[in-house]
Design a protein around this ligand. Structure first.
Ligand SMILES: Nc1nc2c(ncn2[C@@H]2O[C@H](COP(=O)(O)OP(=O)(O)OP(=O)(O)O)[C@@H](O)[C@H]2O)c(=O)[nH]1
Length: 371
C-alpha cells in the first residue's frame, strides 16, 4: 500500500488570537502522531512537550519576520522536503503563519509545491472572540483571510457571553459562508478535526517511550483537559463525524454531484472509493478539506475486497442525510458501455472525467476550486 501523504495545515490568525495556545494543545493531544511545526519563533512553543515525548523529530525555525516574506516557494519546498523524509516519520506538518502574514500566499505555495509526499491539510483561522470587532477595524484584511479559511476556530469564548457569541457566529457565517466554525477556549479543539490517530506498526508501538502526552492523558482522566476544569465543554462538542461503508461500487458522476454540492459545515472527507468497472484495478483515496478536493488512485491492496469507506467530519451537518445521499451514489445500473468500436465489455471512460479532474498530475495539479 502506498504511504499516506502528509497533510500540511496552515494555522493563521491575528496577533494574540491564540494560535500558539492551539498549537500547544495539538502537541499535547496528538494521538500518537509525530507533528512537525514550522514557526517563526519557538519562544512560546512548549518544547518540553515535544522533547519529553521524544516524538517530534524535526522542527524548523524560519527566523524572524513574516513567514511569507522570509520564505519563497523554493525555500518552503526545501523545508517540506526535509520534514517529509521517510526517516523523520512525521505524520502532520503545521505551519504557523505569523500574525501579519497573508495566509493566502502560504496556501498557494503549498498547493503549488511539487512534493509528492504532502497534501494540503487546510487553512485554520483562529479568531479572538473578545477582540474580533476591534481586530476587524484595525485589519480589514481579516475578512479576506476568513473567506479563504477551511476551518474557523472562534477562540476565547470564555471571555464572551452567549448572545455576543451568537452575533459573532452569524458574522463569521456571512464572512466565510459554508466554512465550519468551531468554538473553543484556550484552543481546545478536537485534534480529530485535523488529523487521525496514528496507526503504527506493532513493533514500533512497543519501543515508544512513555510520553508526556501519556502523562497528561492520565491526569486528564481526573482533572479534565489541559488541567482546566472539564465543565466548560467536552472536547468533541461542536462537530460531528459519520462513517459510510459500502461494498457496492460507487457511480462516479453521482459522487461528483454529491461532492460539488457538499453542504456548508462539512469540513473533512477522507477514505477510499471503489468505482467498480469504471476502474476495477484501483481504489481512489479521497481527501477533502474545506473546498479542496483530491483523489489519489492506487491499486487495490491484494487482501482487500473492493468497497468504499468514507468518514465525514463537520459542524452543523446532518449526518443521516449525508449517509442517505452517499447511499444514493451507489451504482444501481450496469456501467454505461463505451461507444461503438470499443472492445467488448469496455465501459464509458467519460463517466470518470469529473473524478480525474481532481487527480494531481505529474507536476502536482493546482486546485481547480482555488483562486
Ligand atoms: N481567556 C483566554 N485567553 C486565551 C485563550 N487562548 C489564548 N489565550 C491567551 O491569549 C494570549 C495570546 O495567546 P497566543 O496563543 O500566544 O496567541 P498567538 O496567536 O500565538 O499570538 P502571536 O504569536 O502573538 O500572534 C495568551 O496570553 C494566551 O494564554 C482563550 O481561549 N481564553
Amino acid at each position: 500500500m502506498s504511504r499516506q501523504r502528509i497533510p500540511v495545515v496552515v494555522l493563521a490568525g491575528f496577533l494574540g488570537s491564540g494560535k500558539t495556545t492551539l498549537l500547544n494543545h495539538l502537541l499535547r493531544h496528538r494521538a500518537g502522531n509525530r507533528i512537525a511545526v514550522v514557526v517563526n519563533d519557538f519562544g512560546a512553543i512548549e518544547i518540553d512537550a515535544m522533547t519529553v515525548a521524544g516524538q517530534v523529530g524535526s522542527t524548523v525555525s524560519l527566523g524572524d519576520g513574516c513567514l511569507c516574506c522570509a520564505v519563497d516557494a523554493s525555500e518552503l519546498d526545501g523545508y517540506l522536503e526535509l520534514l517529509t523524509k521517510p526517516s523523520a516519520r512525521i505524520d502532520i506538518i503545521v505551519i504557523e503563519a505569523s500574525g501579519l502574514a497573508e495566509p493566502q500566499e502560504l496556501v498557494r505555495m503549498i498547493l503549488a509545491g511539487d512534493n509528492p509526499r504532502t497534501v494540503y491539510g487546510g487553512l485554520v483561522e483562529v479568531v479572538d472572540a473578545a477582540e474580533f470587532d476591534a481586530t476587524r477595524e484595525r485589519h480589514p484584511e481579516i475578512d479576506r483571510h476568513l473567506a479563504i479559511a477551511d476551518l474557523v476556530v472562534l477562540n476565547k469564548t470564555d471571555r464572551v457571553a452567549e448572545p455576543e457569541l451568537r452575533r459573532l457566529r452569524a458574522t463569521l457565517g456571512e464572512l466565510s459562508p459554508g466554512t465550519p466554525a468551531v468554538s473553543a477556549s484556550y484552543g481546545r479543539i478536537d485534534p480529530a478535526l485535523l488529523f487521525d490517530p496514528a496507526v503504527r506498526p506493532a513493533g514500533e508501538e512497543k519501543v515508544r517511550q512513555l510520553s508526556f502526552e501519556d502523562l497528561l492523558d492520565d491526569a486528564g482522566a481526573h482533572d479534565g483537559d489541559d488541567g482546566h476544569s472539564s465543565h466548560d465543554g467536552h472536547l468533541h462538542a461542536g462537530y460531528e463525524s459519520v462513517s459510510f461503508t459500502s461494498r457496492a461500487p460507487v457511480d462516479p458522476r453521482r459522487l461528483m454531484a454529491f461532492l460539488d454540492s457538499r453542504p456548508d459545515g462539512l469540513y473533512r472527507i477522507k477514505g477510499f472509493v471503489g468505482f467498480g468497472a469504471y476502474d476495477a484495478a484501483n481504489r481512489y483515496a479521497l481527501h477533502a478539506v474545506g473546498r479542496f478536493l483530491r483523489f489519489h488512485p492506487e491499486p487495490w491492496p491484494r487482501d482487500e475486497e473492493p468497497g468504499t469507506q468514507l468518514v465525514l467530519i463537520g459542524s452543523g451537518i446532518d449526518g443521516d442525510a449525508l449517509l442517505k445521499e452517499l447511499a444514493a451514489c451507489e451504482q444501481t445500473d450496469p456501467p454505461e458501455p463505451a461507444g461503438p468500436g470499443a472492445r467488448p465489455g469496455a465501459v464509458d471512460d467519460r463517466a470518470m472525467w469529473g473524478v480525474l479532474r481532481y487527480v494531481p498530475g505529474p507536476s502536482g495539479a493546482e486546485d481547480p476550486d482555488r483562486p
